[in-house]
Design a protein around this ligand. Structure first.
Ligand SMILES: Nc1ncnc2c1ncn2[C@@H]1O[C@H](COP(=O)(O)OP(=O)(O)OP(=O)(O)O)[C@@H](O)[C@H]1O
Ligand SMILES: [Mg+2]
Length: 297
């Protein structure tokens, strides 16, 4: 379906290095040549299983409703990006998935988020083990005032892992977070001495150490420079082979580069959810088209 999207303006997919040209265009560069690591089509699995199915989700801060009838699947081992203007409910939605909103007094969640046959919003769910299965990385890196090693080992001590297991998992998590080579000779020094980008990778290592199944990331690069951002984006792409990832981002290029599925939110409603290429190149809703083409937000 062709839309009225302004073609003189490159879509984020084209800007991110993936060819958006139709296959019939004789000047089109073969997608393989231009896509590099960041073509969302490269890692797209259209048959991916659903890891979490959200239905009829309504969320309230006291009397104020912040999410309206949200429904979407979170696909396993894929990256789902959540986009939309400030205040539209992206963070609120993300926090419902591991019940972080429970920590805010007066909040109420209605609806379902089914993971492995159980509703995450069910009051009988053990929230501590839920948060081990669904980890979170925040906008600002928030390392503990402890050593690099102890930051990553933190959740493992709580899980009462053996010394050997902790040693092994700390190294493995730091390797997965693409930080090991930079810190292996200074594991006992303070995490506060790391750069912002390193601190964010440390927080990712800390989240990975408890072996979550899902990783929620709320604007994980917004405080980082372009090089550190690129590292995290490469990392997200790598991690999605093993983990299911949901990322909130204000950066359209980032959504286009790292995600395979995208949800567009507007004033608490999920306006459109589709494969990332479709959201950026063939949006079905006018609001999505306006937003991804930069006409508002
Ligand atoms: N603790 C809170 N108490 C009351 N209202 C809140 C609270 N947190 C968020 N809200 C409101 O809920 C709505 C959604 O906020 P949310 O933080 O989820 O938006 P967002 O899409 O993440 O925005 P941004 O892009 O600016 O981070 C906003 O109207 C916001 O003011
Ligand atoms: Mg937010």
């Amino acid at each position: 379906m062709e839309t009225s999207l302004n073609r003189s303006q490159q879509s984020p997919i084209e800007q991110s290095g993936a060819s958006g040209a139709p296959a019939s265009d004789p000047t089109a560069v073969p997608e393989e040549k231009v896509s590099g690591e960041f073509d969302p089509r490269k890692n797209l699995n259209p048959d991916a299983q659903t890891k979490i199915q959200i239905e009829n989700l309504n969320f309230y801060y006291g009397a104020k409703q912040a999410l309206y009838d949200v429904a979407l699947p979170i696909r396993e081992h894929q990256v789902t990006a959540l986009i939309g203007p400030s205040g539209c409910g992206k963070s609120t939605f993300l926090r419902t998935l591991n019940r972080m909103n429970d920590l805010i007094p007066g909040t109420r969640t209605e609806g379902e988020a089914i993971m492995d046959g159980r509703n995450i919003y069910d009051s009988a769910i053990d929230v501590i083990s839920l948060r081990q299965r669904i980890g979170m990385v925040f906008q600002r890196a928030n390392p503990f005032r402890k050593s690099i090693f102890d930051n990553v080992a933190y959740g493992l001590h709580i899980q009462r892992k053996s010394r050997e297991a902790i040693q092994e998992t700390v190294e493995q998590s730091l390797r997965e977070a693409a930080l090991w080579d930079e810190v292996k000779d200074r594991l006992k020094t303070s995490a506060m001495g790391l750069s912002g980008g390193q601190q964010q990778r440390l927080c990712i290592a800390r989240a990975l150490a408890v072996r979550p199944e899902v990783l929620l990331m709320d604007e994980p690069c917004s405080a980082l420079d372009p090089i550190a951002t690129l590292k995290i984006e490469e990392l997200i792409t790598d991690l999605s082979k093993e983990y299911t990832i949901v990322i909130v981002t204000h950066n359209m290029q980032q959504a286009a580069r790292v995600s395979q599925y995208t949800g567009f939110f507007l004033v608490g409603k999920l306006i459109e959810y589709a494969q990332t290429v479709d959201i950026f190149e063939r949006p079905k809703r006018k609001g999505t088209e306006d937003y991804v083409s930069g006409r508002f937000g």
